[in-house]
Design a protein around this ligand. Structure first.
Ligand code: IMP
Length: 427
């Protein structure tokens, strides 16, 4: 039995999809444990690009079991669309297993996501407007609708009626918008239930039985550490737990079953949405990184904010997820830069601080302490072994590893599966 968790260490979009896809080849079961279709993975297989928002990337491999765990919030329309898209491309979805305890995103969640953002005005979070936050709110308020409810017409209708009464009142009285019609929503969702029914099971049981049988399990985190509800830059976070511990809760497996945790680190930093970002570059270097790295959101198409690599952020991710290794991605995007800066600490009111501050007021005012390093200014995307990387590239990575106190496990130099340098076995 071997169970590996892969998480993002920064603000998301670190290239987890590619690392997960690479490791998925070795795994028997691939699991998503939190978030929903706010995530976006782009995976390139044999030159074909696949964009996935909800289904685990392992779906691209034949014969694997792909689990959508209880911690995920499911927009059934999106799930069915992705399943149909895969089937059209000849990719079999028979291995999909969806948790009966996962919560369902409803149309009022999407609308509430929108109107709540508008009402936040200049305090807006910059959500993906997919209804993620409002769905988790209902889950925590204990009024949500789970997959198991959706499959039971009587239970579903009772819960939908209760929810619609409350949501329609909220939408009309507080936000001044129209409410929703019970009958049409009922019909729409019961049709989704029919399509999804064959896939819905107790996924905790599936995973525990797979482990007993000695199978290899890969847990793929969506979003990242700084977007974690507890450990991220609150309130500019998502409403779930992308850190490694989230895998236990969101998949129904015990912490004793996890054998390794890998943190994906982009060789620079990006962020979408609002909130402080100490190493942000609002200059030509930031623009260069954005253009070289095509840093525009997979889910929303928004331009991402770009900045230098922040080792304080990476070390913090190491603490909260107990990282064994870093998988460093997109090193090749930095190939052209004459010099690089690595943030190794922060300065606040003249004093050095080494820990990531909880207060956003402090974080907003910190000054990054940089170590400037020479770039390598040569292409790296053809390189297949660590030793062949330019000396300055290795120095950059090794300095990151020393400051963050996490070993280097994987270095990625391009989007293709073959552009992956492995320093340690992960399973
Ligand atoms: P929500 O998850 O749609 O509620 O958005 C909350 C915050 O998380 C916003 O700042 C989003 O931009 C950010 N976010 C959500 N999903 C992702 C992702 O997959 N990558 C990067 N940022 C994300």
């Amino acid at each position: 039995m071997s169970a590996v968790v892969v998480i993002g260490t920064q603000w998301g979009d670190e290239g987890k999809g590619k690392i997960v896809d690479y490791l998925a080849e070795q795994a028997d079961v691939i699991v998503r444990y939190q978030g929903g279709n706010n995530a976006g993975h782009t995976v390139v297989v044999n030159g074909s690009e696949f964009k996935l928002h909800l289904l685990p990337s392992g779906i691209l491999y034949k014969g694997k079991t792909c689990v959508v765990g209880n911690g995920v919030v499911i927009d059934p329309a999106v799930m069915i669309k992705e399943m149909n898209g895969m089937e059209e491309k000849g990719i079999d979805t028979a291995g999909l297993r969806v948790s009966n305890r996962a919560h369902v995103i409803m149309p009022y969640h999407r609308l509430l996501d929108e109107v709540e953002e508008i009402s936040r005005a200049d305090q807006k979070i910059g959500t993906t407007k997919r209804g993620i936050g409002p769905c988790y709110m209902d889950k925590n308020a204990r009024s949500g609708i789970r997959m198991v409810d959706l499959l039971d017409e009587e239970e579903f209708c009772a819960k939908l009626k209760r929810n619609l009464e409350a949501k329609n009142h909220l939408l009309k009285a507080v936000y001044g918008t129209n409410g929703f019609d019970f009958e049409s929503m009922k019909q729409e969702y019961l049709a989704y239930a029919d399509k999804l029914r064959p896939y819905v099971v107790d996924t905790s049981a599936v995973l525990n039985e797979s482990m007993k049988a000695g199978q290899k399990i890969l847990f793929e985190g969506a979003q990242a550490t700084q977007l974690d509800l507890d450990h991220g830059t609150y309130p500019y976070v998502t409403s779930s737990h992308p850190i490694a511990g989230g895998a236990c809760i969101g998949a129904g497996v015990g912490p004793t079953k996890i054998s390794k945790v890998i943190g994906v680190v982009k060789a620079y930093t990006t962020r979408v949405g609002e909130g402080p970002f100490p190493t942000e570059l609002l200059d030509a270097t930031g623009d260069l990184i954005r253009e070289e790295g095509h840093e525009y959101g997979t889910t929303t198409g928004r331009p991402r904010r770009c900045g230098w690599l922040d080792a304080v952020v990476v070390r913090y991710a190491g603490y909260v997820s107990g990282l064994d290794y870093m998988a460093i991605t997109r090193l090749d995007i930095l190939d052209k830069l004459p010099t690089l800066k690595l943030c190794v600490a922060y300065k606040y009111k003249g004093e050095i601080i080494n820990e990531f501050p909880a207060s956003l007021k402090v974080l907003d005012q910190v000054e990054p302490v940089y170590e400037e390093m020479p770039g390598w200014q040569e292409p790296t995307s053809h390189i297949r072994s660590y030793e062949e990387l330019p000396l300055n590239a290795r120095r950059y990575l090794e300095r990151l590893s020393a400051v963050a106190d996490i070993a280097i496990g994987i270095v990625s130099v391009g989007p293709g599966r073959e552009q992956t340098i492995i320093l340690h076995d992960m399973f």
